[in-house]
Design a protein around this ligand. Structure first.
Ligand code: APR
Ligand code: PHB
Length: 393
């Protein structure tokens, strides 16, 4: 087991793996500590829509080859409402850049492959991670593996351990402020080995939100809004398909190809931001610091932009002794995080049915969609956010 490294990265999800890969390209040593087994991490089904800025960061990190072969580049996504109306958030036209449908599961595989090829140290099945002396210049991390306890000394700790991780809690609560919003519904999602619709289509319907998405030419991902206490056992495939189709206009419903589901799960929706994103020698990235509801497809993209800023700041420290990027990391990352948090909250409100809403609220949502469909100014503002805000210099 390694006794020291430059950066200990807690968490081997997309944020932690991409950070270790980018640090490697800067000749900075890291060790990734992941609680789950590698098989578990690779088996998780998550979102899959990349902003073009994310696509470029992944290419620049040497992990873009399979994404470029198998990802589906497209011009944005559609929204349908009122049983007949349809608009396209055409990001190529209104924001000057397309988007890429590529599953997070595959991206995680690509990242593991790249780390393995470069001799990267990614320790899985690591338990009871504890961060020490973060306010000093000599922090360390202890953990247990196969019944033995180890300590690893480092210069910095990167907390990439997701919403339920330990890193965020290592910042004293008096120094931390949390902002949270919960939503009175979740998404019931299925993965199906069937050809997806040619576009990503979000639906605002009186029966609730729905989304048709893509994972490849013959792999589709669908979601319907559901109550939080929904029991998966009450949702055999036939019922899911029936409910999904009932939320789309007839022509689209007819075009949906049904088949047996290969995965089915329910995810609650949450907005959460923890400030600041750094404390002493600890730097948070990805879900460890913020959660957005999936409606705007921003979770994975924010993890990638945090890592872009953090790797750049660490490189400036090691190459030039320049501390300014590390000092401003939290502020810089949070500007982008709040942009995406605000957008995801807004789009969630526009497309879902809330329990306390009446007929007035539905008409107001439909009016806003109509306005978006007919106003270039409004659509441009929306597409600027959906396509992803640019990275700051
Ligand atoms: N010790 C070590 N590892 C931990 C610990 C811990 N105490 N707690 C959590 N982890 C691991 C988890 O097992 C997980 O593999 O940290 C990893 C965090 O990964 P993600 O939850 O995937 O978060 P992140 O890498 O920030 O990815 C961003 O984008 O699409 C969104 O939410 C989605 O996962 C996605 C995210
Ligand atoms: C997905 O493909 O899982 C997906 C796409 C767009 C979203 C959310 C999820 O907004």
């Amino acid at each position: 087991m390694p006794e020291s490294t430059q950066v200990v990265i807690v968490g081997g999800g997309p944020a932690g793996l991409l950070l270790s890969q980018r640090l490697h390209l800067e000749d900075i040593d890291s060790v990734v500590l992941e609680r789950q087994s590698r098989a578990h991490v690779l088996g998780r089904i998550r979102a899959g829509l990349l902003e073009w800025g994310s696509v470029e960061v992944l290419r620049d990190s040497g992990v873009g080859a399979r994404m470029d072969r198998e990802g589906l580049e497209h011009d944005g996504s559609d929204i349908v409402w009122g049983g007949a109306h349809r608009l396209t958030m055409d990001t190529r036209r209104f924001a000057g850049r397309p988007m890429m449908a590529y599953g997070q599961t595959r991206l995680t595989e690509d990242l593991y492959r790249a780390r393995d090829a470069n001799g990267g140290v990614v320790l899985d099945r690591v338990e009871d991670v504890v961060l020490h002396d973060l306010a000093s210049a000599t922090p360390s991390v202890t953990y247990e593996r196969d019944g033995r306890r180890y300590r690893i000394a480092c210069d910095f700790v990167a907390g990439c351990d997701g919403f339920h991780g330990v890193s965020r809690q290592a910042i004293p609560s008096a120094q931390r402020r949390e902002f949270e919003k919960t939503y009175p519904f979740g998404w019931l999602g299925i993965l199906s080995e069937t050809p997806p619709l040619p576009e990503l289509v979000y639906a605002n319907s009186p029966r609730g939100f729905a989304l048709s998405s893509q994972r490849g030419p013959s792999m589709a991902r669908y979601y319907v809004q559901c109550p939080l206490d929904t029991d998966l056992g009450d949702w055999p495939d036939e019922r899911f398909w029936e409910e999904l189709k009932a939320r789309y206009p007839a022509a689209l419903a007819d075009a949906i190809v049904t088949g047996p589901s290969i995965e089915k799960s329910i995810a609650p929706l949450r907005s959460f931001v923890s400030e600041p994103m750094s404390w002493g020698r600890l730097f948070l990235a990805g879900d460890a610091a913020h959660i957005v509801p999936p409606t705007g497809a921003k979770g994975l993209n924010l993890a990638i932009s945090d890592v872009f800023y953090l790797a750049r700041a660490l490189a400036a420290h090691y190459r030039r002794g320049d501390e300014t990027c590390l000092a401003s990391y939290s502020e810089t990352a949070l500007r982008r995080v709040w942009g995406a948090a605000r957008f995801s909250w807004w789009l969630t409100g526009l497309l879902h049915r809330f329990p306390d809403q009446g007929a007035f609220d539905l008409r107001a949502q439909e009016q806003e969609l109509q306005h978006m469909a007919t106003s270039e100014a409004y659509m441009t503002a929306v597409c600027e956010q959906y396509a992803g805000l640019p990275f700051e210099d």
